[in-house]
Write a protein that binds this ligand. Structure first.
Ligand SMILES: Nc1nc2c(ncn2[C@@H]2O[C@H](COP(=O)(O)OP(=O)(O)OP(=O)(O)O)[C@@H](O)[C@H]2O)c(=O)[nH]1
Length: 302
């Protein structure tokens, strides 16, 4: 099952947090409580009625920062993104707490100017860098997923999804489709083991991927079946290429006991023929190649 992460900002998330998340959240909470109690009891009070507007805006800023801080603690970020965002928001919140208290009591100069501004400014800088790192992190996940979506896990060549998308957007028509299938692959698995089977798939895929040059396209369609797209209609060239692929398969030996063979079904697109139909004809030609001895290619009639 694919693991997914859901970003929910609920108080109950506290119980699911790591001890680091819990510790920094509690540290910030304790700082805010202790600093507020200390400031209210130590510094001379101000008349709040004269500062309602200032108090409301500063207090709103503080709530937004606490919310952001909590969101960071609930997220799954890279280490650097987490450290910089947390440190930044921690400092920024500390500065803003002093800013809110500025509207309620007369704080000494070192608190209301130096401490408050220093915390806020350094907090903003760290948070910005944390945000930058978060964006880089999200970008790298996006790139990895985009790659995984079109690359076959085992052989590292393009997969079926990419192949269909690529051929459907092909501008060269008519084109030729090849379906290449390893002969008696089940017996290779049975005789030498699944890991040897996997190795053969990787070796063949790499060899063939290098053989498909320029705008020709090669992909693993699934199992021991591969697809090829040739942007040409010259069947003499296609035949030579198929024979070349068959010879390449012979160069792969299975545990020094036997050589690999493949069968290939070939279909040339007729005017405006959709890909599914071309694939079906190539598959029928492959069936004929298998039935008539394997280790050969068969071209489908139009
Ligand atoms: N090692 C390995 N085996 C796979 C993989 N995908 C499919 N197979 C095996 O490929 C075999 C395909 O067997 P069949 O469809 O009977 O084909 P075959 O034995 O090649 O026979 P012909 O195609 O008729 O020549 C099955 O045993 C699958 O288990 C894979 O990723 N790795």
């Amino acid at each position: 099952m694919i693991e997914t992460v859901k970003l929910t900002v609920k108080l109950s998330n506290f119980y699911k947090m790591s001890w680091v998340n819990k510790a920094v959240s509690l540290a910030l909470l304790f700082y805010m409580i202790i600093f507020t109690v200390y400031a209210l009891n130590t510094f001379p009070p101000l008349n709040i009625e004269n500062n309602v507007y200032g108090f409301t805006t500063d207090f709103s800023n503080l709530i937004v920062l606490i919310f952001l801080f909590w969101m960071v603690q609930c997220s799954e970020l890279s280490r650097q993104a987490y450290v910089f965002s947390t440190l930044g928001l921690l400092l920024w919140t500390m500065g803003t707490t002093a800013d809110v208290l500025d509207e309620l009591v007369v704080q000494p100069f070192w608190v209301s100017v130096y401490f408050e501004d220093l915390c806020r400014t350094s907090g903003m800088l760290f948070t910005s860098y944390g945000l930058f790192k978060t964006m880089r992190f999200v970008q790298s996940i996006h790139n990895r997923l985009a790659c995984e979506l079109i690359i076959d896990d085992l052989t590292k060549v393009h997969n079926r999804r990419y192949f269909y998308r690529h051929v459907r957007s092909a501008e060269v028509t008519p084109y030729v489709i090849l379906i290449i299938d390893i002969d008696h692959f089940k017996s290779i698995n049975d005789e030498f083991g699944h890991d040897v089977g996997d190795m053969i798939l990787q070796q063949l895929a790499t060899t063939y991927n290098n053989a498909f040059e320029g705008s020709a396209q090669f992909a693993r369609l699934g199992g021991e079946e591969f697809g090829g797209y040739l942007p040409t209609s010259k069947m003499l060239q296609v035949s030579d290429f198929c024979q070349h692929l068959i010879d390449l398969a012979h160069s792969i030996n299975v545990k020094n006991v036997r050589h690999l063979t493949v069968s290939i079904g070939v279909a040339k697109q007729t005017p405006n023929e959709p890909l599914d139909k071309v694939m079906k004809r190539a598959d029928q030609a492959l069936y004929v190649a298998k039935q008539t001895g394997r280790d050969r290619f068969e071209i489908a009639s139009n």
